[in-house]
Ligand binder design. Structure first.
Ligand code: 13P
Length: 334
């Protein structure tokens, strides 16, 4: 696949007023989400839940793509239509989570490094055949007393660059995600410093690995106060600090930046994105790739009564997509 084709996929992912829905929870993560709403974590429940999300009427009005998990990309609707076919027919790009999750970084207690490079070339070739147009790899950076170490940041960014390179070789757009966690009592300035150091390391590694930035997407965490910090930065402070940090570290060649929600409430995630876009124009489109902030209300409804609440759960997904789509344009009103 040519760089022009990768570039056009990346641009479609961040088309004006559109963003991504992340439904790539591993079976362990969805177990936690299902448990919280009283649902058994069976394969059929996972399939039926993802079918409810993906068959939401007019989802593509504000959703350009959905990130799937290895099990999900092989699943079909009850009527037997593969999810990837349903998505492509509806103008939604299939994406796939390809990392194998964060593991303890030996020698650095409390820090994590994401694994999954072994066999990745072969897995990407299969995912491309199954219809995947983009792939996600999430690195996790933890803020703590002596963390993050430069070693942890660099090890994660090196892995991100190697994965991104393999994606482009396979004709798949890499969505590179270095998530700085909100956990901790650190203030927004510390989050700014850690995010800036991480993004600089990331783009240094991407450069060294010959990544064509035009054919990639950055999935970033916002610069925000730690969950346990007494003084919580307000919406404009988060928006201003996030944009300043991105401008200081992300090349303008990157076709788009999408954010994770990372534990923010639905409304916070939308308000922050909206405030950032109201401060534009920026060198890149800023949009969303939310998991929890797109799904949590719908999951609660669906879990209460899968049949009776099916339509209302889909309406909730559509509403979250519409609100975040407006926020991607800076046109959302509470
Ligand atoms: P959240 O929006 O729930 O943080 O999930 C997005 C995601 O894909 C994290 O990798």
């Amino acid at each position: 696949m040519s760089i022009e084709q990768l570039e056009s996929i990346a641009q479609a992912m961040v088309a004006p007023g559109k963003g991504i829905i992340a439904i790539d929870e591993s079976n362990n993560t969805i177990k936690k989400r299902f448990e919280a709403v009283g649902l058994p974590n069976s394969e059929e429940n996972r399939r039926a839940y993802r079918e409810m999300l993906l068959t939401t009427p007019n989802l593509s009005d504000h959703i350009s793509g959905a990130i799937l998990y290895d099990e999900t990309i092989r699943q079909s609707t009850r009527a037997g239509v593969p999810f990837t076919k349903l998505m492509l027919d509806n103008g939604i790009l299939p994406g796939i989570k390809v990392d194998k999750g964060p593991m303890s970084l030996a020698g650095f207690p409390g820090e994590l490094v994401t694994e999954g490079l072994d066999g990745l070339r072969e897995r990407l070739a299969e995912y491309a055949k199954l219809g995947a147009k983009f792939a996600k790899w999430r690195a996790v950076i933890t803020i703590g007393d002596d963390a993050p170490s430069a070693t942890c940041i660099d090890a994660n960014c090196h892995a991100l660059a190697r994965y991104a390179s393999l994606c482009q070789e396979a004709g798949i757009v890499p969505m590179v995600e270095p998530e700085v966690l909100m956990d901790g009592d650190h203030d927004i300035e510390i989050c700014y410093d850690v995010t800036e150091a991480t993004l600089r390391s990331l783009f240094g590694a991407m450069y060294e690995h010959n990544i064509m930035l035009e054919g990639s997407i950055l999935k970033a965490s916002m610069v925000i106060s730690g969950k346990g910090c007494e003084e919580q930065a307000d919406i404009d402070e988060v928006a201003e600090a996030t944009v300043r940090c991105l401008k200081a570290s992300v090349p303008a060649t990157v076709p788009g930046i999408v954010f994770l929600s990372g534990g923010q409430s639905d409304e916070q995630a939308t308000a922050h994105l909206n405030a950032m876009n109201q401060m534009g124009p920026h060198p890149w489109p800023l949009s969303f790739s939310y998991g929890r902030a797109m799904q949590q209300a719908a999951m609660k409804l669906w879990a209460k009564d899968m049949r009776a609440n099916f339509d209302d759960a889909q309406k909730t997904v559509a509403q979250r997509a519409r609100e975040n789509g407006l926020a991607a344009l800076g046109q959302w009103h509470k």
